[in-house]
Design a protein around this ligand. Structure first.
Ligand code: SAH
Length: 268
């Protein structure tokens, strides 16, 4: 008896937003995929690397809770792989950074389906980087940590160890825009000085990118109109942006698609 053919699943990190921040490996696999299951933070430009593939949006459905959604994704991944398809699961940033990639990997392993992780550029470092804020810097910050700022994925802010968040030289918060008042209050209550610099980097690497700079003391007064996705960085590294950013006049980048110079998205 011949063995049934089992397909495989690639859990792929799509990077922070710009299509040319996908890895080469991601693009090569997208070009071969039979089906792509993707999330809200994945762009049509990224999906264009898989013109031949069926595309299935697996973002949250109206009224569906996140656990029901996750179970649905697990069933789809296993189902398509068992049907012999080459499945790409494309997620924003890196699948293993607050992306539930680990849960999907566990499900596939338990179902004995071959799968691979393709790391992506996480917005946790890409968003600060694109705003010219290094997450570590000799003599300024020797460590960084990434925290889930809100409960969108079942992680409550009360689960954050605020002692650590207030002490780590660079504290990065994802999913934190709506909870910024609590984040600021907890950091200050746990000993972080109110004049600590903070940056909010919104929609990094997309045309709507915006950067907001302040201190724990005054950032909340500037947050009008800021929306998700945004990455929050707290610590003295934020100050480095002043100098790293100062010679920025008319920068150009090479676009992946055209290899023609393009103006980089301006940010104030
Ligand atoms: N796995 C992803 C994170 C998923 S959680 C990664 O590694 O990047 C989603 C959060 O990521 C958002 O709420 C936001 O905090 C951050 N994020 C995603 N895309 C972003 C972008 N383009 N700019 C700034 N932050 C972003």
């Amino acid at each position: 008896m011949t063995q049934p053919v089992t397909g495989s699943v690639y859990l792929i990190g799509g990077g922070p937003g710009a299509a040319d921040l996908l890895t080469l490996r991601a693009v090569r696999l997208l070009q071969r995929a039979d089906i792509v299951l993707y999330d809200r933070l994945v762009s049509t430009e990224q999906l264009a690397f898989a013109p031949q593939a069926e595309k299935l949006y697996v973002g949250k459905a109206l009224g569906e809770n996140s656990q029901a959604r996750q179970s649905r994704i697990h069933r789809l991944l296993v189902g398509y792989a068992r049907a012999g398809r080459m499945v790409v699961r494309l997620k924003g940033g890196d699948p293993f950074v607050f992306g539930r990639g680990g849960e999907e990997g566990l499900e596939l392993s338990r179902a004995k389906i071959p799968w691979e992780l393709v790391p992506g550029i996480s917005s946790s470092i890409a968003a600060p980087g694109i705003a010219r804020i290094p997450v570590t810097h000799r003599g300024v910050s020797s460590a960084y940590a990434v925290f889930a700022g809100q409960s969108a994925q079942g992680i409550q802010t009360r689960d954050i160890d605020w002692e650590i968040a207030a002490r780590i030289p660079t504290a990065i918060f994802l999913m934190g825009v709506r909870r910024l008042p609590q984040i600021v209050a907890e950091l200050v209550a746990h000993g972080r000085s109110p004049d600590t610099p903070i940056a909010v980097i919104e929609k990094a690497t997309t045309p709507e990118q915006a950067v907001l700079i302040g201190t724990l003391d005054d950032i909340l007064t500037q947050m009008d109109g800021v929306s998700s996705p945004a990455t929050i960085v707290v610590g003295p590294v934020v100050k480095l942006r002043e100098e790293l950013h100062s010679i920025l006049t008319n920068p150009t980048v090479v676009s992946y698609d055209s290899l023609a110079p393009q103006t980089v998205y301006p940010f104030s």
